[in-house]
Design a binder for this molecule. Structure first.
Ligand code: KIV
Ligand code: ZN
Length: 531
């Protein structure tokens, strides 16, 4: 797998001095966010979009962590065309060897190895003394360099590391062959001027630091991840590690869409360039939100539903006179189009294909056939179909598949002021149909009880959430459920004009994901037995 690193892409040449590499870690740090587990096909879809939109490096997973992570990194390495594909590894040789194995099919493989360097982490987490840590850095980076010329090294908890030791650790990594040095603010503790000071200090004190790319990886515990990342860039960092929607451990990471748009909109004071096609930002945000079941907050910068909405009369008046009065960027620059009334009951297959292409979906004939059937069913129940309806429909098509082991066949609920509410449900489990009637505290509870009666399981329901896709009483509802089994979480999602049907399908979607996970970790064992 030894191949030379594309120096143009490493921001080394003079012409590239103002270029900032975008390293997306949605599929690694983002997925570490509790409940944000994604399936292999969701990860592949996200990776391909990141590649298309110009992300320079995609951190696709942590191959030693699980079979699922290994498989994701391997598949993404195979399919991604342009971006460097990166796998994470601790300093242990078995981690590095596993990452290298997963990355073997990649055109541009990168191994990212890390070890903690702060006094607190070394003493309590690693139980290693500083000399042992220095030895581990030397050994791990050298080991990774045997596999690829593109090796990134990170001192975990870097911003809480003593400066003398940080310099020594970084120097050791560079001498051992690291080509990118990433400084993580692991616990989201730093502030912008300190973030900048650390980068400047390293540039002044560490020999050969100018031969490597310096990266910044900021967590958002104090809400300063984006500000800290941009401050690091102003001080000389040339790679930002970030995630779509700011997903990530605890309060998340710096949001990709925010750092990219900040450098674009305020290029007068942040004179840096990225390769990102910003018109794909909203699409990426929606895709990640759908895959993880994490809704995007309405007032989220750049991609939130209200980011370009103007409610007050004064603002609306200003906007009508000149958009620049209250908008610092154009909605179309981030890929937001007006919510057009698009299609209806009489729209044909060609119109649907054209509209889906406009929304960024390229479908093969068979896929289109399937989506068209769903579209017609929706149009029968809902007169006006908007962009958002089609996006929900596409999300639904990608989460529910004909080969799912459990499928909802029929549901009728009785609800109202008189208890008990009940659900009459038919589920198909491995091709066999089962029918039960169950009661509960409301129609959703009755439906979930019915599912559990047909398919007993120990998974716990952690979250149940409903969103209206568009306005109006005939709007589709998107339901997300999060479930936990053996400490692992999955999110199921589904949309329907009937909220209870969407709830049943979302619950079943989560169960199917648990079945896939169970199949991988304990082959041959089901999740339970159908009655
Ligand atoms: O936050 C962190 O320290 C990390 C490292 C693995 C880079 O995610
Ligand atoms: Zn992190």
């Amino acid at each position: 797998m030894n191949q030379s690193v594309d120096t143009e892409r490493q921001a080394g040449s003079a012409a590239e001095q103002d270029r900032v590499l975008i390293f997306d870690t949605t599929l690694r740090d983002g997925e570490q966010s509790p409940g944000a587990t994604m399936t292999l096909s969701e990860k592949i879809e996200i990776a391909l979009l990141l590649d298309e939109m110009g992300v320079d490096i995609i951190e696709a997973g942590f191959p030693i962590a699980s079979e699922g992570d290994f498989e994701a990194v391997q598949n993404i390495a195979q399919l991604v065309k342009d971006a460097t594909v990166c796998g994470l590894a601790r300093s242990a040789f078995k981690d590095i060897d596993r990452a290298a194995e997963a990355l073997r099919p990649a055109r541009r493989p990168r191994i990212h190895t890390f070890i903690s360097t702060s006094p607190l982490h070394m003493k309590y987490k690693l139980q290693m003394d500083p000399e042992e840590v220095i030895e581990a850095i030397e050994a791990s980076v050298s080991r990774a360099r045997n596999y690829t010329d593109d090796v990134q090294w990170s001192p975990e908890d870097g911003t809480r590391t003593e400066h003398d030791f940080l310099c020594r650790a970084v120097e050791t990594a560079i001498k051992a062959g690291a080509t990118t040095i990433n400084i993580p603010d692991t616990v989201g503790y730093t502030v912008p001027n300190e973030s900048a000071r650390i980068i400047r200090m390293l540039k002044e004190r560490v020999p050969d630091i100018d031969k490597v790319v310096i990266a910044t990886h900021c967590h958002n515990d104090l809400g300063m991840a984006v500000a800290n990342a941009l401050a690091a860039v102003e001080a000389g960092a040339r790679q930002i590690e970030c995630t779509i929607n700011g997903l990530g451990e605890r309060a998340g990471n710096a949001a990709l869409e925010e750092v990219v748009m900040a450098m674009r909109v305020r290029n007068d004071v942040l004179p840096f360039r990225t390769r990102i096609d910003t018109t794909r930002l909203v699409q990426a945000s929606r895709l990640v939100s759908t895959a993880t079941g994490f809704p995007v907050q309405y007032n989220k910068a750049i991609v939130g539903k209200n980011a370009f909405a103007h409610e007050s009369g004064i603002h609306q008046d200003g906007m009508l006179k000149h958009a620049g009065t209250y908008e610092i960027m154009r909605p179309e620059d981030v890929g937001l189009t007006d919510s057009n009334l698009v299609l209806g009951k009489h729209s044909g297959r060609h119109a649907l294909r054209a509209k889906l292409e406009e929304l960024g979906f390229e479908l093969g004939d068979n896929q289109l056939k399937d989506v068209f059937v769903r579209f017609k069913a929706l149009a029968d129940r809902k007169k006006e179909i908007y962009d958002e309806d089609l996006l929900a429909l596409m999300a639904d098509a990608s989460t529910s598949a004909a080969h799912d082991r459990i499928q909802v066949r029929f549901l009728r609920v009785i609800c109202g002021t008189e208890a008990p509410q009940s659900a009459d449900l038919i589920l198909s489990v491995d091709g066999e149909e089962h029918r039960v009637t169950a009661s509960g505290d409301g129609p959703v509870d009755a439906t979930f009880n019915a599912i559990k009666e047909i398919f007993p399981h120990e998974a716990r329901l952690l979250l149940y959430q409903v969103h209206a896709v568009t306005e109006g009483t005939d709007a589709q509802a998107t339901v997300s459920v999060r479930m936990e089994e053996d400490g692992k979480m999955v999110t199921g999602q589904a949309s329907d004009t009937d909220t209870v049907v969407a709830s049943a399908k979302a619950y079943v979607n989560a169960l199917n994901k648990l079945l896939v996970r169970r199949e991988k970790t304990k082959p041959g064992e089901g999740l339970g037995t159908a009655v």
